[in-house]
Design a protein around this ligand. Sequence first.
Ligand SMILES: C[S@@+](CC[C@H](N)C(=O)[O-])C[C@H]1O[C@@H](n2cnc3c(N)ncnc32)[C@H](O)[C@@H]1O
Length: 260
Amino acid sequence: MKVVDCPRTRLYAIVAEAFDTIGCQPAMIELGVHKGDNAELLMEALKPRRSVLIDAWSAEALKAYSHFEALPPWLLPLTAFERYFGGSLSDQATFDRTYEIAVQRFAGDERVEIIRDDTVPACARLRDRHGAGSFDFIYVDANHQYEYVLRDLLHYQDLLAEDGVMMLNDCCHSLKGMNQNLGVLEAVGNFLKRAEFTPVALTSTDMGDLVIARQGSAVVRALDAALDGSDLSFVEVMPQMLPAAHIRVSPQGRARVSFA
Ligand SMILES: C[S@@+](CC[C@H](N)C(=O)[O-])C[C@H]1O[C@@H](n2cnc3c(N)ncnc32)[C@H](O)[C@@H]1O
């Protein structure tokens, strides 16, 4: 696994280069779309033949944020995220507005299908319609809690082609992540013990991104070659180290991945 000093958008270019090498114009999925900012960046980089954007856009979906009656002191209240979402998270109108922004953004693009639903029923619909292994790239960025991320990974692996790539956002252990109840790193650690995937690249940033793909696949070799051939700085570590990754913030405020 390469720990790479770059933002997630540089990894999108690496993934695009790897798909090019293996002769694949990808069909992609984004789980968790919000206003579609990232979907647009992914589509610019990957130039997909098909793009399915899935989000519940529902106040109900965020109710699972904390299972406890009293909010644990290490968690920020949901009101802390109102600026990001553009309004109260208990008001459905907030999500209706962001849904409309996403719909308008991709209107007229025939490659794009928008599914407004929970990720799990959406997965079943896509499997019925397109079949197993019919997608090449899945960006996992919906509910960030442990059980939900693990559930998304376990369901969506069936939709991923042999040479498919999954990418997870906010895959870190950090103070910021803990305050938001992130379970992404822990969930992918569990998933990698159950499934024949390997971590390929992790950004050395807080709230970073992780690229995973099937062990021994051609796309893993193509991703490694694209990283080797790039001007990016990285440190290579054993894949088994992934669950130990955590963010260390220097006194100057610089966040870096540490395994120490
Ligand atoms: C962090 S935002 C996604 C941001 C987007 N990927 C980007 O980078 O611009 C997370 C989104 O996941 C959606 N979401 C949360 N839980 C979900 C679930 N169970 N099913 C579908 N969408 C969900 C929320 O509505 C929210 O819009």
